[in-house]
Design a protein around this ligand. Structure first.
Ligand SMILES: [Zn+2]
Length: 667
């Protein structure tokens, strides 16, 4: 039975060691899974460098697992006919039958969503109006699950629809909703494989295979693919998924979440950190220890920081991408050097390589080439060289070296967690690497406990927003300097609570809007465009002209909707933290004062908040004022995902007398 468990609590509570049990497991986490193209053409011999990398590494004991991209065979001229042959047996079985390699390592198979999305061929299945194709492969959970089954996945990701950063907001939402539905469908099919749609004999075979594996307790582990380009959106995503799961009454367990669509953002450390914190915070507290978190396609030198945030597994393909450009990754410096320029980096081309990783087949004890010989082989024309070996073999070995460098970092991270020194490891790394330092600063924006810990360790060079003069300037500088992803809106450091105070303006609430609705502020500005606000506003649309929305800013207190585009509102970036007692008091005071001044102009006062600090502020303010309803009445937990739960939004709709027919059941 697939499952994820934590091995032990680490002494300092940073990072975690886990074990993911899968049919060919376990996978010891945190783990790095190299991407391997198991299928590089019509036979086991096709696939040039990829094939050599595969045959070179798949039988190694130190490998925790590999990642196979389900649709990658498309890049190698595989025909519908050869694909059916590949599907008759798993690659694992073929490699073994051929006497080539005993592959005991687990295989994680993604859903191929990215390739499907970019293809003309693989549309929706015929019953949904798509054209039939001779591959018998469609962009639907049924056909992808069958493919993952035939390929022998130990761990599978649900079919998702990746979101490029520049996509229009409504299309993003539509894609994310489709991904959620497809995850639900995948779990239903795993629960009862007989539900899988069939169109051919081969299909039936996949279903029987899956049923057989289930009976033997060998069914794959499932990671639900999740998306969202900011903290709030990924909370919305996870919340919506869990909502749907509960509605459908699905008992099929999941073992983790896997965050997609990160690759275009990987150079934006601060955005990555924000999304990963969002995902982590969105997982219900009582499930955190039995759900793993995977990040697709990012890691590398950021692995230690991401492990600190609680990421359990990574995959990478850069070892091969770099090798194809003859690039050799220099251990410790994270520099990729083209081998043709290698003489400027090492003293003696006839000596050894600057790598002393035992398991590296290129530079370690098994390696039989000097750097000069490797360069000659890679530059050789025609294809066959030394001992009749092809150039491709050397590309494969170069990829192996690059992977070993990434993997040795993963090993160091595991050791650091084991010895309770991961935070120290990350601090030391951040001091010599700007990207990591930026990331570490951003972590503190949402994790004030870490900030306090760095202060306690007197690591002032790494504490976010330093140069503390007064509490207020510290607040203003806290998350500053970010460039917002969507519109390059600049966030400024210079704001303090005095830069906007509605009580000092000659403000008059609009006439006719007789219901006051308080909502907590969002990271995205203007607030109305954020996921947290738009989800609510869309649902209460029928009552909209009676509702006066006032946002509770963690920095400024009440912000009426007509002021949302003021510069000071658009440009600050601050989230109310539990430690900031003074700020909590200031925001509460201003809210009470607003209510005392204008409260009697409204017939009804409602506050909707689920995050702990904002809910507390609003609760106290309403109590002090002596009127107002705090919603949701009784959320399951005080966290952001609750904001998005239909049950909770329904309470607000009912309070506003908006028709909720069919809403909770899902439309
Ligand atoms: Zn090496």
């Amino acid at each position: 039975m697939a499952r994820f468990t934590l091995k032990e609590d680490t002494p300092e509570g940073y990072g975690r060691l886990g074990e993911l049990e899968v049919p060919h497991g376990p996978i010891e986490t945190p783990a790095l899974l190299p991407v391997i193209n198991l299928i590089g053409g019509s036979t086991l011999d096709s696939g040039s460098g990829w094939r050599y990398f595969r045959d070179n590494i798949v039988d190694e004991d130190h490998l925790q697992g590999i990642m196979f991209q389900a649709m990658s065979f498309l890049d190698y001229g595989v025909t519908p006919n050869t694909l059916s042959q590949w599907r008759e047996e798993t690659v694992r079985e073929k490699l073994q039958a051929d006497g080539r390699a005993q592959m005991d390592t687990p295989v994680f198979i993604d859903s191929g969503g990215f390739s499907l999305m970019n293809s003309e061929t693989f549309g929706p299945p015929p019953e949904e109006g798509g054209p039939e194709n001779e591959w018998d492969l469609y962009t639907d959970p049924d056909s992808i699950l069958k493919l993952q089954t035939d390929f022998g996945g130990d761990l599978i990701a649900t079919l998702d629809f990746p979101i490029p950063p520049d996509l229009k907001e409504e299309e993003k939402t539509e894609r994310m909703e489709r991904s959620i539905e497809s995850a639900i469908r995948c779990l239903k099919l795993l629960e009862d494989p007989d539900e899988i749609k069939t169109s051919s004999k081969a299909d039936r075979r996949s279903i029987e295979l899956l049923k057989q594996r289930k009976e033997e307790g060998e069914e794959p582990a499932v990671f639900v693919a999740i998306h969202g380009h900011d903290y709030e959106t990924i909370n919305w995503y996870v919340g919506s998924f869990l909502d749907r799961l509960a509605q459908e009454n699905i008992s099929q367990p999941i073992q983790g979440f896997a965050i997609g669509s990160l690759v275009p953002l990987r150079s934006k450390t601060e955005v990555l950190v924000d999304i990963i914190q969002g995902a982590k915070d969105a997982i219900p507290a009582d499930r955190r220890d039995d759900l793993a978190l995977h990040v697709f396609g990012v890691g590398g030198k950021l692995a230690s920081l991401l492990a600190l945030l609680g990421v359990d597994s990574f995959d990478c393909s850069s070892h091969m991408q770099a090798a194809r450009f003859k690039k050799y990754l220099i251990p410790n410096s994270w520099e990729h050097v083209n081998l043709d320029d290698f003489d400027t980096h090492i003293e003696d081309l006839d000596g050894g390589f600057p790598c002393n990783i035992e398991s590296c087949t290129l530079c370690g004890p098994e390696g039989d080439l000097t750097p000069r010989e490797l360069i000659e082989e890679l530059n050789r024309d025609p294809t066959y060289g030394r001992d009749g070996r092809t150039k491709a073999k050397y590309y494969g070995e170069l990829a192996r070296h690059n992977f070993e460098v990434y993997n040795s970092e993963m090993r160091r991270v595991r050791e650091a967690i084991e010895s309770g020194s991961l935070l120290e490891y990350v601090m030391e790394f951040a001091r010599r690497d700007e990207d990591l330092k930026t990331g570490l600063e951003y972590v503190q924006y949402r994790n004030s406990a870490l900030k306090s810990e760095l202060e306690r360790r007197e690591a002032y060079d790494l504490v976010a927003g330093l140069n503390i003069e007064t509490d207020q300037s510290r607040l203003a500088e806290f998350g500053g300097g970010v460039e917002d992803l969507s519109d390059n809106r600049k966030i400024s450091l210079k704001y303090s609570p005095n830069d906007f105070n509605i009580l000092r303006q000659n403000y008059e609430p609009p006439a006719g809007e007789n219901i006051l609705l308080f909502l907590p502020c969002s990271q995205q500005k203007p607030y109305a465009d954020s996921r947290t606000h738009s989800v609510i506003l869309d649902r209460i649309q029928p009552a909209r002209d009676r509702v006066h929305k006032i946002t509770i800013s963690g920095m400024y207190g009440p912000v009426p909707e007509s002021k949302e585009r003021d510069q000071a509102i658009l440009e600050y970036n601050y989230v109310l933290a539990e430690e900031d007692k003074q700020q909590i008091e200031l925001v509460t005071d201003r809210t009470v004062e607003y209510l005392e001044r204008y409260g009697d102009r409204y017939d009804k006062i409602i506050a909707y908040a689920t995050s702990k600090n904002y809910r507390q502020v609003l609760k106290n303010a309403l109590e002090r004022y002596g009127d107002g309803i705090l919603l949701p009445h009784d959320p399951e937990a005080q966290r952001l995902t609750e904001h998005f739960r239909r049950e909770n939004i329904k309470e607000l709709m009912e309070e506003l007398q908006v028709d909720t027919t069919g809403f909770v059941e899902g439309e």
